[in-house]
Design a protein around this ligand. Sequence first.
Ligand code: ATP
Ligand code: LTN
Length: 326
Amino acid sequence: MKKMLTGLQPTGIITLGNYIGSIKQMVENQGKYESYIFVADMHAITVNDDKRNLKENTRSLVALYLACGIDPKLNTIFVQSQNEYHANLGYFLECNSYFGELSRMHQFKEKSKKSESFTVGLLTYPVLMAADILLYDADIVPVGIDQKQHVELARDIAIRFNKRYGDTFVVPNPEIKSEGTKIADLLDPTIKMSKSNENQNGVIRLLDEPEVIRKKIMRATTDSEMLVKYDPENKPGISNLLNIYISITGKTMEEAEKEFDGCNYGTFKTKVADVVVEKISEIQKKYYEYLNSDELDKILADGREKSREIAKKKYELVKEKIGFYN
Ligand code: ATP
Ligand code: LTN
């Protein structure tokens, strides 16, 4: 069975975009692969953020994974910082990575420009990510387009290491989500719905109150045509709402267009809000149950043990290949 690994950073509350574009697909893929899903909390400290609450955000992200339907029996769920082999392998991989290639990464260039000084961790971020992937022999790494370059670097590092020290790592492949599932901001449908968008009125967060969600959808930007039709170029707002609607209901675009044929935008938005609120309320109910349960601690304790066991083997192999005293 092929192996799949992916992670999210505990940097904020997950959005409807993260759910539709990432978590929902993880749920649909369950059972197809041997799967590892983790919280990338060590990546979250590569930028300074005094308001960060790592402990709370980590627990919250895991509770959301579970509430969205990620089944701990079908996936190993764990926290990166609870497994020391990630940082340990990261160091060995750093000694097989070049300053030039790391300084050319898009994300590094963009984030390092944002403040006068930046950490070395921001530069070596993709090497830690390579360690995350290579420890588990992951064949498939589902990520957003912004992370593709990092997975490609993990490939390059794996190939380089294998050439230098002999076969050690499986060479991973990025799996990039199709355009169709990209959810746009409700107020500015030309940009992505993101945790970090400045104006959060266009962003639906999975922990927003149902009434807030409804308001955000009712105020979504549309157009003056009064025609519910999928046309992303000329009708980005309506097309985005249609995308949300079909992703949640599982209907096809044709079915949705037929259903809303002749409808005014108010009625259409109310229907979209109804299905989103229903879905998110279901998730929230489970979220609060998991958040306050011992079950979550047990799942993470199991994940810690299982992930460490697998990672240790790979780490020991790497030490042997490099030729350390043993
Ligand atoms: P940030 O604002 O911190 O950059 P984000 O909300 O844009 O975060 P990421 O943490 O970069 O999201 O992405 C996590 C996963 O969610 C990725 O797989 C990404 O492709 C997916 N994703 C994020 N936003 C959307 C969206 N609007 N539509 C579809 N998928 C999305
Ligand atoms: N950088 C990713 C999170 C991440 C990841 C990984 C994803 C860290 N390590 C390994 C896939 C595989 C992000 O910011 N979304």
